[in-house]
Design a binder for this molecule. Structure first.
Ligand SMILES: Cc1cc2nc3c(=O)[nH]c(=O)nc-3n(C[C@H](O)[C@H](O)[C@H](O)COP(=O)(O)O)c2cc1C
Length: 366
């Protein structure tokens, strides 16, 4: 029996299997508002066989967006459009839905990747960014303004408000984006946080920003919602965050009431490079799962059903997330089920899809 295709509960919410669509920015929103692109894209991935689909980084304030095309959940228009998209995707697919809420910090005010991916140049409507310290993400990036205590409490309230909007939309899971060099990660990492107040210095102080948001969101969101965070397992730099720091942070976030931790890594500086071996975050996730005793998901170069099955069956993580693999093969979960001899639900319209036609060949490739 496949472990990957066994159900899992995060808090009170049950998901039919351990496959998760990783959040993926589409840079296709209009002032934070989802467009028809999202209708098609998310409906496609709702039919991937994954038990949970996490909607892309959705920003809690307008100036917290990465690009002019990034999603937000800071206005009634944002909420109305996403309500329509998610209602459509529920009719069109089988996944449950989560949303990643985020603030881009010093990586905000950027170009879309296909426009160059750097800081927005003058004339492209750039905006002021905030960060724990006035250290840019890299050469030619905006120098961020130091976040004041007022900024910190405004952003915390913005996370709470976006979480409340997410509950109204009907998401089953809410995920705090605490990785990839964005605002919360930049508070945690000693690479980007040189503050001397209660939000800087010791690891305990650097964790304060993320922990306060986690507590405030947990208090505002019913227990019926699975609440988690994507954190960084390593900065992949000698002077940066280590796997041991990630274990400490995971324990603290669990104590704040989070139901799960997703382990990603990297992105604290423009010149940081992640490892390139398959499943490079798995050893860190395994440590977090064992030492923090929290439901753990892992992401990063997980591509084959056999690899995903081995991670879950081996007790290294409770769930796996895929990003690029699912863009490449949006029916990855269906195909994995065939290869692993498991069942996956399909919408009635697609029940005549014919796995039996190619099952023998697929099983030979697993
Ligand atoms: C197009 C694209 C958009 C992404 N957007 C997000 C995002 O919104 N939030 C996030 O946490 N990670 C984002 N990521 C990172 C992925 O979620 C994932 O962590 C990373 O790609 C590694 O997983 P993979 O090897 O399965 O692609 C994005 C990746 C891609 C390819």
């Amino acid at each position: 029996m496949s472990s990957l295709f066994s159900p899992i509960k995060l808090g009170p919410v049950e998901f039919s299997n351990r496959i998760v669509v990783s959040p993926m920015c589409q840079y296709s929103a209009d002032d934070g508002t989802a467009t028809d692109w999202h209708l098609g894209h998310l409906a496609m991935l709702a039919n991937s066989g994954a038990g949970l689909l996490i909607v892309e980084a959705t920003h809690v304030e307008r100036h917290g967006r990465i690009t002019h095309g990034c999603m937000g959940l800071y206005s009634d228009d944002n909420e109305a459009a996403l309500t329509r998209v998610i209602a459509h995707c529920r009719r069109a697919g089988t996944a449950k839905f989560g949303i990643q809420i985020a603030h881009a910090g010093r990586k905000a005010s950027s170009q879309r990747p296909w426009e160059g991916g750097g800081s927005l140049p003058p004339g492209s409507d750039p905006w002021e960014t905030i960060a724990p310290s006035p250290i840019p993400f890299g050469p030619n990036w905006h120098v961020p303004r130091v976040a004041t205590l007022e900024d910190i409490s405004r952003v915390r309230e913005a996370f709470v408000n976006s979480a409340k909007r997410s509950v109204q939309i009907g998401f089953e899971a809410i995920e705090l984006h605490y990785a990839h060099g964005y605002l919360a990660h930049s508070f945690l990492s000693p690479v980007s946080n040189h503050r001397t107040d209660q939000y800087g210095g010791s690891l305990e102080n650097r964790m304060r920003f993320g922990c306060e948001i986690a507590q405030a969101v947990r208090a505002a969101v019913p227990k019926t919602i699975a609440l988690g965070a994507r954190i960084t397992g390593s900065d992949w730099r000698d002077e940066g965050l280590s796997a041991g720091d990630a274990v400490t942070y995971a324990k603290a976030l669990k104590a704040c009431g989070l139901d799960y931790i997703d382990v990603s890594s990297g992105g604290i500086n423009a010149d940081t490079r992640n490892p390139t071996e398959p499943g490079y975050n798995v050893p860190i996730a395994e440590r977090i799962k064992r030492e923090a005793g929290v439901a753990t998901r892992v992401v990063g170069l997980i591509t084959t059903p056999g690899q995903a099955e081995a991670i879950v069956a081996g007790g290294k993580a409770d769930m796996v997330a895929l990003a690029r693999g699912l863009l490449d093969d949006p029916r990855w979960g269906w195909h994995a089920a065939i290869m692993l001899g498991a069942e996956v639900s399909r919408v009635p319209q697609y029940q005549r899809a014919a796995p039996k036609l190619w099952a023998p060949a697929a099983q030979r490739r697993a």
